[in-house]
Design a protein around this ligand. Structure first.
Ligand code: GLC
Length: 727
């Protein structure tokens, strides 16, 4: 006689048993599904939802943008916002800011916090993080990514993914791959060498998959070597699923699928956002016309593509569902909590980069941190001092519960001392076009600001880009390298009116700074989200000692950037094809190797204290295939206040059979040191750190010979070098 519990147990199908091995659950569920149920799982059923199996009690998968927070609810069948009143959240700093912290622990805290907010908003998958390499300062979406160096991006994307997925929420690392611009993003065909692909553009994705364990990945809109990235035999079948052993789900970018046969055969698992007639225009909503919908069923029934292609997709989708939507062990999450605001503020504190900090007048003190006792009044100038920079920018835009603007942050610190004027107008946050502000308006705003600057003790100009179209926004690249809306002229005139001028740039990209030599203090403030004003005020006031380091180079001129050195075929391409002719020499690799100094180099960032590097020691001078060399560097805080210093380790191959950059980042160690104390940075050199991709053998190789370890406070501020040999 069966007891009730046994009777129930006997009825509970294996796929619903949380204690059963996941692969057995997958096979059990698969065996129960019909052809149509399987195909339905492979494409959207709503703008941000894909089908489960109602008959089997397998829930839909719900997903949301974006990398910096959980986007407001979107309508079921179009891009409009649903107008809910319960979907305001925390906006965390943009990923360029996270990269500027060089702090993996903060990255894990970031992933965990955004994962908790996603849980509370009942999302199974977050469409982020992004790790496309920063190739040109004009790319409209660089603010969503982690800079120009694959090692730094890889080191920081892994903890973000782990922190998020710990909550039972899937990361979806994007945009795989070679989506390094927004111009013609939907079809441009990127041509590049195997070395550039494997040494520059894939490593951060590889770490996200192999070390981070991302449960999903988003194919990019563009083509790679002639095939759309969303169904690409090389990128998806060969590299991602075969070589890297990816067991998760490949999702299209929204509208990234273009062909049923290729989608069936070349690695796509989940088609999202295609136009409903599967071709060119949105029509009355039905996803039956999607490439992986009725056309797929037809090809399967005719035997034109094997059923195994469908079963592989569905196994991956079921696995994802069991890890997320059907994961009963996950917590319930939370939104806009003090803990999440604390994470956002901490990341902002460590992201802000002090680019320059000089006296305003000869023999004076550096302008920062602010000493309020020196000034009768402090004038804040700039649209970005009050702008909601979480609006605009495209799919990563957010509806925040709270927004501490830089002006609010500074007013809280210096009550009664702050005056404000807009200085320039930037128009409404846009996704699709930018407001044209009449010159007369800009002129009057500028002249008022200059007049007020003459009467102020200290002037803080808070400008930059601002998520309008063409100003750090998805769907279009920037049209010019200089700051927009007349800011260069404003900065020049403010400087002429008052030498005590601090310029704070809120951007996700490098910008031209012809005024840099004249302005005593310059701060890169990023897009820092809900707590931006607190972090910026913390750093300007000295409450926090800045420790941010640039995750990408600031070229003095646009033509000093590698992508812009080889004409339009290199950037933005000829509207059909594009060639990455700088090859592996991206960012500081270009500036170092071609001896074209950047205005502010990769890894640069000042502090309010000073650090002295002692003599490095090494455990050996030579190493072999199974060896390693551990290097230790004493670093002393020789200033008067505690600070954080990121010691950077670059490796250069003194002689190689193929071209290699002068040096490449292979390690870093962020130290917190009290004044007068000495701490020790350590780095272990392994053979992995010496390898380059050999196209002849399609493998990573290291050649015996002499190498050099560069130990630096930036990619150009090298404090010590250590020669060693690989035998
Ligand atoms: C957009 C973006 C992608 C985003 C998706 C959904 O076009 O390229 O990053 O996650 O569509 O909004």
């Amino acid at each position: 006689m069966l007891f009730a519990s046994q009777a129930v147990a006997a009825e509970t199908p294996l796929y619903l048993d949380e204690d059963a091995p996941i692969e057995k659950r997958v096979e059990d569920a698969l065996s129960r599904m019909t052809l149509r149920e399987k195909v339905a799982m492979c494409h959207a059923e709503g703008k941000f939802a894909s089908a489960g199996v109602p008959r089997l009690g397998i829930p839909d998968l719900w997903m949301s943008d974006g990398p910096h927070g959980v986007r407001a609810e979107i309508n079921w069948n179009d891009w409009g916002y649903a107008g809910h009143t319960n979907d305001s959240i925390t906006a965390f700093p943009a990923l360029t800011a996270l990269a500027a912290t060089w702090n993996p622990e903060l990255s894990e805290a970031y992933g965990n916090a955004i994962g908790e907010e996603a849980l509370y908003r009942e999302k199974d998958m977050m469409l982020g993080p992004g790790v496309n390499i920063y190739r040109t300062p004009l790319n409209g979406r660089n603010f969503e990514y982690m800079g120009e160096d694959p090692f730094l991006a890889g080191e920081l994307v892994v903890p973000y993914i782990k922190g998020m997925q710990r909550n039972g929420v899937s990361a979806c690392v994007k945009h795989y791959a070679l989506n390094n611009q927004e111009v013609w993003r939907g079809h441009i065909n990127v041509e590049l060498s195997d070395r550039a692909l494997h040494e520059i553009y894939l490593p951060a994705f590889k770490k996200a998959i192999i070390d981070g364990g991302s449960w999903s990945i988003m194919g990019s809109y563009n083509k790679v070597r002639g095939q759309h990235a969303c169904h690409n035999e090389l990128l998806l079948n060969k590299i991602l699923k075969n070589d890297w052993g990816f067991d998760g789900v490949v999702v299209t970018d929204w509208g990234g699928a273009h062909d049923t046969r290729e989608a069936a055969l070349y690695g796509l698992d989940l088609e999202m956002g295609s136009y409903t007639n599967g071709l060119t225009s949105e029509s009355e909503f039905t996803t039956d016309h999607y490439y992986l919908a009725n056309p797929y069923i037809e090809m399967l029934q005719k035997g034109e593509v094997p059923m195994s292609t469908l079963d592989d997709k569905v196994r991956r989708l079921l696995r994802l569902n069991f890890r997320t939507a059907m994961n009963r062990r996950k917590p319930f999450g939370s939104v806009a909590t003090p803990a999440h605001y604390d994470v956002a503020e901490k990341i902002g504190n460590e992201a802000v980069v002090l680019l320059k900090n000089a006296p305003a007048v000869p023999k004076g003190q550096p302008l920062l941190p602010i000493d309020p006792s020196k000034y009768s009044s402090i004038l804040i100038v700039g649209d970005n001092a009050t702008r909601n920079l979480m609006a605009g920018g495209g799919s990563s835009e957010l509806k925040v519960k709270d927004n501490v603007t830089p002006l609010a942050g500074l007013e809280a610190l210096y009550p009664g001392k702050i005056k404000y004027t807009q200085g320039y107008a930037a128009g409404r946050p846009m996704y699709g076009h930018a407001d044209n502000i009449p010159a007369a308006t800009q002129d009057s705003l500028r002249s008022r600001a200059v007049q007020m600057a003459r009467e102020a003790g200290l002037v803080i100009m808070i400008g930059g880009l601002n998520k309008n179209h063409y100003q750090d926004c998805e769907g279009g690249d920037r049209l010019e390298y200089p700051l927009p809306f007349g800011q260069p002229a404003l900065i020049d005139e403010l400087r002429a009116a008052n030498p005590n001028l601090v310029v704070v740039l809120l951007t996700g990209n490098a910008v031209e700074m012809p005024w840099a030599d004249k302005v005593p203090a310059i701060v890169q403030g990023w897009y820092l989200g809900s707590m931006a004003g607190k972090s910026i005020a913390n750093v300007l006031s000295g409450t926090v000692n800045p420790s941010g380091k640039l995750p990408f180079s600031f070229p003095r001129r646009l033509e000093d950037n590698a992508a812009h050195h080889f004409g339009t075929i290199s950037y933005p391409g000829d509207s059909i094809n594009q060639e990455y002719r700088e090859d592996i020499l991206v960012g500081y690799r270009w500036h170092d190797t071609k001896k074209i100094p950047a205005l502010y180099p990769f890894g640069h960032g000042l502090s309010y204290t000073t650090f002295e590097y002692g003599k490095p020691t090494a455990s050996a001078k030579t190493m072999g295939a199974d060896g390693s060399i551990t290097v230790k560097v004493p670093v002393s805080n020789t200033g008067s206040r505690e600070g954080k210093e990121t010691v950077q380790f670059y490796i250069g191959d003194e002689k190689s059979s193929l071209l290699r950059p002068l040096k490449e980042l292979k390690g870093f160690d962020k130290l917190t040191i009290k004044p007068g104390d000495t701490a020790e940075a350590t780095f272990t050199i392994t053979p992995e750190a010496l390898k380059f991709y050999d196209p002849a053998s399609s493998s990573w190789v290291v050649e015996p010979g002499k190498f050099k370890l560069y130990i630096g406070s930036s990619s150009t501020d090298i404090r010590a070098t250590l020669p060693f040999e690989y035998k």
